[in-house]
Design a binder for this molecule. Structure first.
Ligand code: HEC
Ligand SMILES: [Cu+2]
Length: 351
């Protein structure tokens, strides 16, 4: 686990002081403005996101210094050597073949590039080659046009759009390691406060990990254009306390609630094409094209964050998904009013 802890210590030495001052300042901005943006890249809450944010600040400082030096020299020269009436028609002194100047403007930029390269390579190595500890939670995230499937192979859980993971105490880390797959086209998994952006590519599994240090809801977004509803392919990660996570796991492992009072709705659901696309554990619905609905009501949103999970929105969604998410790959099922109400009531029992 050493690697998980040591990644943000790449900047030791004289620059560290400057870096930490600027870092504290940006952290204050980040911490005081989460209301401005829940996807603030300056408010990292997990080791990989912190390493990347530190590196960005380091690069910004170096390039900022270059900017200030070049701009100052430029302004100085413009003023000092500006055209004056007395100089009219005279050529300024010409300097040819100065070895010193040639060396200076070759070697200094090379050194700067080498420093930036090494700092970046170090962060990439620390993030990509971090060993997976036995305590890690494993999640397989599968991108679909336009929603996310989350599978927990060791825990036997399948869910959609809202991922639950435990908070990770730096002293006793429980990071989450994700395997990223795609069912159709290229998507990209990005929760700025938790980790860098990684693509989900068909037939090319990618890996990423995160060890959130704070409990809360973290938001993200598919970051790779994947079709018309790409912008409504939101990500929601609930970072839970160990107890809450264990309780969530236990409830997700249960088969679907069988409530006799919604028998009609269940029959409508099971006798229409719904079950070709949706699974409900413990029933004959085992479609895989759309989200698993076994614990639909445990989610705060529907359709990958496109709408809150309220009875009205759920009804509108099943009546015509295009009203909420035009271009969604779920068809309007043309149910009659009574069938629609019955199906919605059934859905509302799937806790
Ligand atoms: C052709 C396949 C298909 C059929 C048939 C279908 N759906 Fe869907 N359904 C989907 C897809 C795909 C999504 C995800 C859409 C998105 O978020 O972009 C979805 C999403 C949903 C959601 C939201 C789930 C979530 O967690 O966000 C519900 C609820 C739902 N469908 C219910 C139904 C019901 C009820 C029926 C039958 C009346 C039905 N679906 C028929 C493919 C289908
Ligand atoms: Cu996408």
């Amino acid at each position: 686990m050493q690697a998980l802890r040591s990644t943000n210590s790449f900047a030791r030495g004289p620059l560290a002081v400057l870096l930490s001052v600027i870092w504290q300042a940006s952290a204050v901005v980040g911490a005081t403005s989460p209301a401005l943006s829940p996807t603030n890249i300056f408010a990292p809450e997990s080791t990989p996101a912190k390493s990347i944010a530190h590196l960005s600040v380091f690069v910004l400082i170096i390039t900022g210094i270059i900017f200030v030096v070049v701009f100052t020299l430029l302004v100085y020269s413009l003023i000092k050597f500006r055209g004056r009436a007395v100089d009219a028609g005279r050529e300024p002194a010409q300097v040819f073949g100065s070895t010193q100047i040639e060396l200076a403007w070759t070697i200094i930029p090379i050194l700067i590039v080498v420093v930036l390269f090494l700092a970046t390579a170090r962060v990439i190595h620390a993030i990509q080659d971090a060993p997976q500890p036995p305590s890690a939670i494993e999640v397989t995230a599968i991108g679909h046009q336009y929603w996310w499937e989350f599978r927990y192979p060791k825990l036997g859980i399948v869910t959609a759009n809202e991922m639950h993971i435990p908070v990770s105490d730096p002293e006793n880390p429980t990071p989450t390691f994700l395997t990223l797959l795609s069912a159709d086209t290229d998507h990209s998994f990005w929760i700025p406060e938790l980790a860098g952006k990684t693509d989900l590519i068909p037939n090319h599994p990618n890996r990423m990990w995160m060890d959130p240090h704070r409990i809360g809801i973290f938001l993200g977004q598919c970051a790779q254009y994947c079709g018309v509803q790409h912008a409504k392919m939101l990500l929601r990660v609930s970072v839970d306390s160990p107890e809450d996570f264990a309780a969530w796991v236990r409830s997700q492992q249960q088969p679907a609630v069988q409530d006799a009072s919604v028998e009609t709705g269940r029959r409508v659901f099971e006798s229409t094409a719904c079950i070709n696309c949706h699974a409900v554990a413990g029933t004959n619905a085992n479609g895989r094209f759309g989200p698993d609905l076994t614990h639909l009501m445990s989610r705060a949103t529907i359709a990958s964050g496109a709408a809150p999970n309220t009875p009205e929105k759920l009804r509108l969604w099943i009546q015509d998904p295009n009203k909420i998410k035009p271009g969604s790959l779920m068809p309007a099922m043309q149910l009659s009013g009574t069938d629609l109400d019955a199906v919605v009531s059934y859905m509302e029992t799937l806790r």
